[in-house]
Write a protein that binds this ligand. Structure first.
Ligand code: AMP
Ligand code: MG
Length: 408
């Protein structure tokens, strides 16, 4: 049996990083950049006004003091966003300017329109307008030549906006792995079948479908296989055509747990079976060297209990998919929270409990979602985090700090 960290490390050393592909930046949301992005021009590309008001020369306003009288400047023209002023500002003049319009040559500050009095084509200014007032400088956001995003960046909406500002129509991103999902078990029926005695509906196929999508993979449904070698072999062979294969069920020590022996027969090298965790202990991981392929297919045989399936996915498959898609971050927000009740723990396993964390009087508190049986999927649906208890931690008392990982 492997420790949690051994198993994670082994997986991260074995899974391959996929090749990159160019795509339109418009389709790049939630993808991972495969090269650095460098700015080819400044942003903003010119000095401009951050307010609707009047462009002025600071030197014309030095004699204005509140209380002792202002200065009067003649409004010589106007410039709106998208236009360029052809006027060069002379001494004693101002130009009406809108937000985003380029600063007219000669001007070095902008005064908000709310702070002036307009009279007979002139404005009266009560106070000195400091240089650079309400001016957004060329390059203050991004400078030409600057590395704006690095390889491995997970692209969110703000990144799409920046790519658009820079005119980067096409960006290289890592390929999304095709992830085969095979559920196994004689008891399974599909969602559209009526419940009959002894059968349950296949929920893992769908929680895994969502989990794969959320982790940047392309789920490929392989349906259900009965606990029978011939059927398992056909389905697993089909699954090995994908970049990654996930199976659920059939990896314990039951009479009909045939998944691992079938995988071995096909030529999957099982690198470990069983990890020192709860739930999810019977997890197995292997590699399949596809004839003619440059990289092996990682194979995850997850236990079938619905919570075990989801927890082992989060702890082992998701980091692998992140690595395959080149993601540099692990996407997990880990914090400490005060546990609101005792938790019993008598073994040396790493535990993952389903929790609900919330802020109370400015401090983070957490409680479990009730029964922690690995078959109770509703307690996973109610949770917003996993409470992680390390191997050496024993009974936890209410009021202690525990580590939590938010689920999204
Ligand atoms: P196994 O890992 O095959 O021994 O299954 C453990 C438990 O999980 C059993 O109670 C199964 O009925 C249940 N189970 C296995 N596969 C699924 C599935 N796809 N959807 C819902 N429950 C499942
Ligand atoms: Mg089974």
């Amino acid at each position: 049996m492997r420790s949690f960290s051994e198993a994670r490390e082994l997986i991260s050393h074995q899974v391959p990083v996929l090749a990159s592909e160019p795509i339109s930046f418009k389709e790049a949301l939630n993808r991972v950049l495969a090269s650095d992005i460098v700015a080819e021009h400044d942003i903003p590309p010119f000095d401009n006004s951050s307010m609707d008001g009047y462009a002025v020369r600071t030197s014309d306003t030095v004699n204005a003091h509140s209380g002792s009288g202002g200065v009067c400047l003649e409004v010589a023209g106007e410039v709106g966003a998208g236009a360029v002023s052809s006027l060069v500002m002379g001494k004693g003049t101002a130009i009406r300017i809108m937000t985003g319009a380029p600063l007219p040559p000669g001007a070095d500050a902008v005064i908000e329109q709310e702070q002036v009095v307009v009279r007979n084509g002139s404005i009266e200014i009560a106070d000195l307008v400091p240089e650079g007032n309400n001016v957004r400088r060329r390059g203050e956001d991004l400078r030409v030549g600057e590395t704006v995003m690095t390889k491995g960046t997970f692209l969110r909406p703000a990144h799409l906006g920046i790519l658009a500002s820079l005119g980067k129509m096409e960006v290289p991103v890592f390929r999304r792995p095709k992830v085969g999902i095979l559920t196994t078990g004689n008891e399974l029926i599909d969602v559209d079948e009526p419940l009959v005695p002894g059968k349950i509906r296949n929920s893992n196929a769908y929680s895994l479908f969502g989990s794969v999508l959320e982790s940047g993979g392309e789920p490929v449904g392989l349906g259900m296989a009965r606990d029978e070698e011939g059927e398992l072999e056909r389905a697993i062979r089909k699954g090995l055509e994908c970049d990654v294969l996930i199976t659920s069920g059939g990896v314990s020590v039951g009479k009909y747990d045939l998944v691992l022996q079938t995988m071995k027969k096909i030529g999957v090298e099982i690198l470990f079976w069983k990890v020192n965790i709860k739930p999810g202990k019977p997890l197995a991981f292997g590699l399949y060297g596809k004839p003619g392929a440059a990289v092996p297919v990682p194979v995850f045989a997850l236990p079938g209990n619905p919570v075990s399936t989801m927890v082992t996915f989060l702890q082992f498959v998701r980091p692998a998919l992140f690595r395959m898609t080149g993601r540099e971050d692990d996407g997990v927000l880990r914090l400490h929270a005060t546990i609101e009740h005792d938790i019993r723990k008598h073994d040396q396993k790493r535990h993952f409990s389903r929790g609900v964390a919330r802020s109370e009087h400015g401090r983070l508190v957490v409680r479990t979602t009730g029964t922690q049986s690995s078959g109770v999927l509703s307690s996973m649906a109610r949770a917003n985090c996993l409470i992680t208890l390390r191997e050496e931690q024993m009974d936890i008392k209410a009021g202690e700090l525990v580590e939590i990982e938010f689920l999204s």
